[in-house]
Design a binder for this molecule. Structure first.
Ligand SMILES: [Ca+2]
Ligand SMILES: [Ca+2]
Ligand SMILES: [Ca+2]
Ligand SMILES: [Ca+2]
Length: 260
């Protein structure tokens, strides 16, 4: 078991993208970074080779030496199966951290390739932007309607849903967030360049009311792949997420029939 250590340096809002590989000899990659202020520390492990499995951990680098050793403390881990994306979104104060990618399973001699994205989005005393990475955390498949439940807090600042819509007509998509006890917000994203990062022109719609108000957004969509992010503004909360699509053609015909 051989560990490779890489220096990322000071981590801010602009995502750092690293591509790397693991195998049965090189089994662990450690990425050291530091943050200033309080941030949502966002890690997204994706594009893992089909048939392989890597997992993700976030450590506090307690002795600030840039390497993983017995004095460092594990904060969170993500260990989804097969080559599903792993993600961590954690509110952490200024300090030194380690993102660790571990080989879990390498199925053949070609090794395991992956991409790791890292960012730190300011979260306190007030948030300025939502986490900007797009791990496919919850894959809904092709949907016309989907109802989900989840919870957000300082150990999970965002849930990222990935889904497809398929229709010969344009559709009206509605996403609503209810049952909130803290302040959470929602936004709809299309990852046009497929890099699993939220670029500036990729946010289609958002809803971000104050306190525990329910959120709702509508947007006209065509067949394609979309992300919905449900993210923490402040506090912890459970939530209900409802995504529905309806045919705008049908709605237009109905309203025309009503007028006629
Ligand atoms: Ca250390
Ligand atoms: Ca995994
Ligand atoms: Ca993108
Ligand atoms: Ca809100």
């Amino acid at each position: 078991m051989v560990t490779s250590t890489y220096t990322v340096g000071s981590l801010g809002e602009t995502p750092v993208e690293r591509s790397n590989y693991l195998g049965n000899y090189f089994t662990q990659d450690v990425y050291n970074f530091s943050t200033s202020g309080t941030n949502s520390i966002n890690l997204s492990l994706h594009n893992i080779t089909v048939g392989d499995d890597a997992d993700l951990k976030l450590y506090q680098d307690v002795n600030s030496d840039g390497s993983l050793d017995s004095s460092d403390t594990l904060i969170l881990s993500s260990s989804r199966g097969s080559n599903l994306d792993d993600a961590i979104n954690y509110v952490g104060s200024a300090g030194s951290y380690l993102a660790v990618v571990d080989k879990y399973l390498v199925s053949d001699n070609d090794g395991l390739n992956y991409e790791l994205d890292l960012s730190a989005t300011p979260q306190f005393p007030y948030y300025t932007s939502a986490p900007n990475l797009l791990p496919k955390e919850i894959e809904l498949g092709t949907i016309s309607t989907s109802n989900q439940t989840g919870s957000l807090g300082d150990n999970n600042t965002v849930d990222t849903y990935f889904f497809s819509v398929s229709s010969i007509d344009s559709l009206e998509l509605n996403a609503s967030l209810t049952g909130l006890t803290g302040d959470a917000d929602i936004r709809l994203i299309q990852d046009n360049n497929g890099n699993q990062i939220v670029d500036s022109d990729e946010i289609l719609a958002y809803s971000r009311l104050g306190s525990s108000s329910s959120e709702s957004l509508n947007y006209g969509v065509n067949s394609g792949d979309y992300f919905v992010q449900v993210y923490q503004y402040s506090g912890s909360t459970d939530y209900n997420l409802s995504i529905t699509t309806s045919s705008t053609l049908l709605l237009n015909q109905l309203s025309q029939n009503l007028i006629a």
